[in-house]
Design a protein around this ligand. Structure first.
Ligand SMILES: [Zn+2]
Length: 211
């Protein structure tokens, strides 16, 4: 089965996982404030390795669990927390590995707000301030009204203050506004940088990040 097909299949099974997650959340509810923590855990980043142990992606813990429960991947490193489903106790993964080798084409990720914020590390590319995704907008470096397109090279994370200040102008028309760095497409190289950044303080990840 190809990974694409497998993922689609896994998506169909998502309701089963959702039920398990709901049970887990309900269990946590008894412990009061830990409900939020339980939901947070399901969104925690999990490192995805190819069958060859090469790191290829980061996904949320919920998606990682689907892949493990469907037998598409196996847990290489546990997180240390356990998800209590109806009859099973599922250890939360920190690193998973695909069971079948997947050729990774050197293509870029889908152009999306989420991926642009990820590329720009949730940091306004003008003033350099890092902030929660909800407080950031996307700025067209060359404004749309002046022919700027919606591309990786023309979209950057931007705070509302800088976005207002820049308005409809080109950077060449503003004296004290520059880009922190040239915006580029989100490549495997970018992904690896992010993996290293996220894995810096985590021994479970670090041993796989020598690529
Ligand atoms: Zn700013």
């Amino acid at each position: 089965m190809s990974l694409g097909k497998a993922m689609m299949h896994a998506r169909k099974q998502k309701s089963a996982i959702k039920a398990a997650v709901a049970v887990a959340a309900a269990g946590e509810h008894a412990a009061g404030q830990q409900t939020i923590q339980a939901m947070h855990i399901l969104q925690m980043p999990v490192l995805v390795l190819n069958a060859s142990y090469e790191p290829i992606n980061i996904c949320g813990a919920r998606r990682a669990l689907v892949l493990v429960l469907k037998g598409i991947a196996r847990t290489e490193e546990e997180h240390g927390l356990t998800l209590h489903a109806q009859r099973a106790r599922v250890p939360m993964p920190s690193v998973i590995r695909l069971l079948e080798y997947r050729r990774i084409p050197h293509q870029t990720r889908a152009l999306s707000r989420k991926n642009i914020l990820l590329r720009d590390r949730n940091t306004c590319q003008y003033c350099g301030e890092a902030m929660p995704p909800g407080e950031l907008t996307l700025d067209h470096v060359v404004p749309r009204s002046r022919g700027g397109s919606s591309t990786w090279e023309n979209l950057v994370a931007c705070c509302h203050a800088c976005n207002r200040r820049k308005g409809n102008r080109l950077l060449s028309e503003i004296d004290d506004m520059v880009l922190l760095r040239e915006p580029r497409a989100f490549s495997l190289h970018t992904s690896r940088q992010i993996m290293r950044m996220l894995g810096r303080g985590d021994d479970r990840w670090r041993k796989y990040l020598f690529y």
